[in-house]
Design a protein around this ligand. Structure first.
Ligand code: GDG
Length: 466
């Protein structure tokens, strides 16, 4: 059962990015996915504009572009510091990516997080009509459903977590862990990418809160929540078309020309410590030392647009990577070859598609990742007659679906080195065979499947009596 054609879908996420109507913008996969959901079902996409105001007003800016209505609010400096740069990105993100060492716990952050969620609830609630289905996205907004319920919202409300849910013992480190997990029982449906994250949540809810599992539901104090694993997909056809388009073909040509017959290995990631870039560079260095005969036959292109630059740990990882790529290049480069091309700017999606296609290897080695869309985009962009090889971290959610990638432990430089040499030497028949299986997997569970599976589950729930 999909959404009733008369119901609206209200999507709420931290950031809203109005669709550009073209593929030349720098939008990530999730933004594109949510825009297509809202085009399919009419509705509104609500969230922070990304702009700051002197003081919070709650004024909503409406915009309609490319079939999608967006409604955005500005936040004041203190909100951005405590909620976004604070609790979301200094506390929750590192902890949920198992980086206990980087997580910071400040009462002001937790307070700012609560305040902004209240402000979101206060502002969006008047826009909600009977029959609307509400779908809240990600770790910035855990308590928003509960805040809406407190204001009398009886609509169906779903929540999707785009990052891992950490194991119970890690989660317990968060001072607000119990209250935060308890607040999730305001939702009707909670979605995770994979079973591992779902099981960790259930474990926490059962052991720490006393929730009880009942089939596909968790029950706590009379509230029944459906929990499900629904791996997010990509719009495969869009990427296939992008890769065949003029801009992608041009980018492909440029990359091939500048490679001068060498094999390109590509990585594309937000500059984030969870993406394992330091370990990736070290794994690649290991490959250079173990296979001197292969030096000058390959190079690594790492595209890493900076993100969350106000947060100290992101400034640090940026410096670390500059030093490391500089050191490796200094040690191995020759007058006619540089082992790592390390680029800190973003590219449009069509250029990315051409770059993916030109790469003999896609190197996607996060230390921990809810899903990872880059892995799927790399597969979709390949030439079916001569596809490249995906090397993928076992610790990315995507590894549960892309089992025909070369799966590696991203902490092991040796495994990474072995996988690179294996990929370079892999026969075309094996490459085609692996690629076909991966392509079938991403086509089967693509972005429409993700949207329909989640919204159908949400519509199966009865609205909460007022
Ligand atoms: C979170 C979870 C989960 C990257 N560089 C450029 C660019 N990108 C695009 C990629 C891809 C997206 O950004 C990144 O998505 P990921 O899934 O790899 O990673 P996160 O940003 O960490 O996303 C993750 C995801 O949410 C969805 O649920 O998979 O696990 O952490 O689409 O292509 N896009 C453009 N230029 C760039 O330079 N246009």
């Amino acid at each position: 059962m999909e959404l009733d054609p008369v119901s609206r879908l209200i999507v709420i996420s931290n950031r809203v990015s109005a669709p550009t109507g073209s593929h030349s913008g720098a939008q990530g996969g999730l933004a594109v996915a949510l825009a297509s959901a809202l085009r399919e079902y009419k509705g509104i996409w609500f969230g922070w504009s990304g702009d700051r105001a002197d003081s919070f007003t709650g004024d909503i800016h409406f915009e309609r572009s490319d079939g999608v209505t967006t409604a955005t609010i500005d936040l004041e400096d203190q909100d951005v510091d405590e909620y976004y740069n604070g609790y979301a990105n200094r506390t929750l993100w590192p902890l949920f990516h198992y980086r206990v060492d980087l997580a910071e716990y400040e009462r002001e952050y937790a307070g700012g997080y609560r305040r902004v969620n209240e402000r979101f609830a206060e502002t969006v609630y008047p826009l909600i009509e009977d029959g609307d289905a509400i779908w809240i996205q990600d770790y910035h907004m855990f308590p928003l459903g509960d805040e809406l319920r407190k204001r009398g919202c009886g609509n169906r409300i779903g929540f999707f977590l785009h990052i891992p849910w950490p194991p119970r013992r890690l989660m317990s480190i968060l001072p607000e862990a119990q209250a935060l997990a308890r607040s999730l029982f305001a939702y009707d449906v909670i979605g995770f990418h994979i079973d591992e994250w779902l099981q960790s949540f259930c474990d926490f809810a059962e052991q720490e809160l006393g929730a009880v599992r009942d089939g596909e539901d968790l029950v706590l104090d009379g509230r029944r929540v459906r929990v499900m694993a629904v791996p997010i997909g990509i719009d495969v056809q869009e990427f296939v078309d992008l890769a065949a388009g003029t801009k992608a073909r041009l980018a492909y040509r440029q990359m091939r020309d500048s490679a001068t017959g060498r094999d390109m290995i590509v990585g594309v990631d937000r500059l984030d410590y969870s993406k394992g870039l330091e370990e990736r560079f070290l794994g690649y260095e290991r490959f250079l030392t173990e296979h001197p005969e292969e030096r000058k036959e390959v190079f690594l292109l790492q595209i890493a647009p900076p993100s969350r630059e106000a947060v100290g740990s992101y400034q640090k990882i940026r410096r670390t990577l500059e030093e490391l790529s500089g050191r490796i290049n200094g040690e191995y480069a020759d007058i006619d070859w540089v082992p790592i091309r390390y680029v800190n700017q973003g590219y449009s999606r069509d250029v990315l598609a051409g770059i993916y296609r030109a790469a003999k290897i896609g190197l996607v080695t996060p230390l921990r990742d809810g899903m990872n869309l880059v892995a799927k985009e790399y597969v979709a962009a390949q030439d079916p007659e001569d596809p490249g090889v995906l090397i993928l971290s076992r610790f990315a959610g995507a590894a549960t679906q892309l089992t025909d990638a070369l799966l590696v432990n991203p902490y092991s430089a040796e495994e990474m080195s072995d996988a690179i040499i294996r990929a370079l030497r892999m026969s075309r028949t094996e490459r085609i065979d692996r690629w076909r299986k991966m392509m079938a997997a991403i086509e089967q569970q693509d972005i429409s499947w993700w949207l329909d599976t989640f919204t159908s589950a949400l519509m199966e729930r009865e609205p909460v009596p007022a």
